[in-house]
Design a protein around this ligand. Structure first.
Ligand SMILES: Cc1cc2nc3c(=O)[nH]c(=O)nc-3n(C[C@H](O)[C@H](O)[C@H](O)COP(=O)(O)OP(=O)(O)OC[C@H]3O[C@@H](n4cnc5c(N)ncnc54)[C@H](O)[C@@H]3O)c2cc1C
Length: 345
């Protein structure tokens, strides 16, 4: 029977809680994870796309040069040391709708800060004859998609086998705080970190997180013999998953905590798909999940004002796969050494 004394308790095993636990365990810390498994959490529905250049004006995302190399190194380490099928490198072929867009793209290819990511001549051969060709294409390289579900599943199983993961809803009222740490059921730990995704809106210890959750919906689509390896972006993303199955998504809906898929989103995604694809396809699933987006679009690491040793790590928003590893490592350092600067990205 393993000891029920831990250094840390992490509540929530989405990408945030998994990465934080991963880094803490690498430092030799004992971590208890409490996570109520839900098939359709934000991390499990996400495509895990890491894309450093976004928007109409093709600008580099916030601190891409810090976050993306660190993310790639972390997922590579997980693949090499833990045998997790953790990511796929794939360029993004991006539709350009007009001469203005194309000129804008060409002018960005001359920007030396973007040269690692923009390909000079887009190669659309693998899509040719299978999609309605837009006005032009731009191509991004250095991009990849993270298999978040595989990562979560791998570590969940490992931690369950060692008795370090409890598949239950965490009941806030049952947490007891003593001078030396915390007690929950028959577990004891010195510190606790809540990584609950959007469900942090129900956490009574942190009433002011700055969360502004946003819902996203996705279709899983079978496109027989399409053979698309690159990610395709024309208003929506088409991303290869396995065999002939592709992830197609996604939109944003604000101000709802209802996790059910909607007809409106289904109609929107399927009409975009029929506009793009010129070959047969079949919709095999429709999923919805709620992202932990923030009012200011920045992740947070909060320390409880009164309860020593109580924290919240959240707000990975639309970019859990790219920002997650750097943020989790920084906050792990804070937990280990308590240097003020590590509380902030
Ligand atoms: C449709 C969609 C597409 C996306 N696409 C991308 C993308 O391409 N690239 C990208 O980087 N990001 C993408 N994202 C965003 C990404 O998914 C999020 O940034 C990330 O998943 C947030 O992870 P998290 O761990 O904070 O939250 P979650 O994934 O929500 O995990 C929280 C976990 O905590 C558990 N939990 C909560 N409260 C409790 C409790 N009281 N007791 C026990 N367990 C609890 C939940 O069950 C869950 O397992 C997308 C999101 C959506 C919805």
């Amino acid at each position: 029977m393993p000891s029920k004394n831990y250094d840390f308790c992490v509540v929530g095993q989405g990408i945030a809680g998994t990465l934080l636990t991963y880094f803490l365990r690498k430092e030799g810390k004992r971590v208890l994870v409490i996570d109520k498994y839900i098939e359709k959490s934000s991390s499990r529905v996400a495509a895990g796309i890491v894309n450093p250049v976004t928007g109409k004006n093709f600008v580099k995302t916030w601190r891409a040069d810090d976050f993306i190399p660190f993310a790639l190194a972390t997922y590579t380490e997980m693949a090499n040391e833990n045998g997790v099928d953790s990511f796929t490198k794939a360029n993004i072929l991006r539709a350009l709708d007009s001469a203005l867009d194309e000129n804008n793209w060409i002018s960005r290819t001359a920007d030396s800060t973007l040269s690692d990511y923009l390909v000079d001549n887009a190669d659309d051969r693998e899509f040719s004859g299978k999609v309605s060709r837009p006005f032009a294409y731009g191509e991004l390289t250095g991009t990849f998609h993270v298999h978040i579900k595989n990562i979560l599943q791998h570590f969940r199983q490992q931690w369950q086998e060692t008795g370090d993961l409890v598949n239950e809803q965490f009941i806030y009222q049952d947490l007891k705080h003593h001078e030396t740490g915390f007690e929950y059921l028959d577990y004891k730990f010195k510190e606790i970190i809540f990584c609950e995704g959007y469900q942090a809106v129900y956490n009574p210890f942190f009433p002011e997180t700055g969360l502004a959750p946003s819902k996203g919906e996705v279709l899983l689509v079978k496109i027989p013999n399409a053979g698309f390896k690159k990610m395709y972006k024309d208003k929506i993303f088409i991303v290869h998953q396995y065999d002939d199955i592709y992830w197609v998504g996604s939109g944003y809906e604000w101000d709802t905590l209802d996790e059910s898929p909607t007809q409106k989103a289904y109609d929107h995604l399927s009409s975009q798909l029929s506009r793009i694809l010129t070959i047969p396809y079949e919709i095999v699933d429709h999923l919805a999940a709620i992202r932990p987006t923030m009012h200011d679009r920045r992740p947070v690491f909060l320390k409880h004002g009164v309860n020593d040793g109580m924290y919240l790590f959240n707000g990975l928003g639309t970019k859990g796969s790219s920002i997650g590893p750097f943020a989790a490592k920084k906050f792990c350092n804070y937990l280990l050494f308590k240097k003020e600067e590590d509380k902030f990205l």
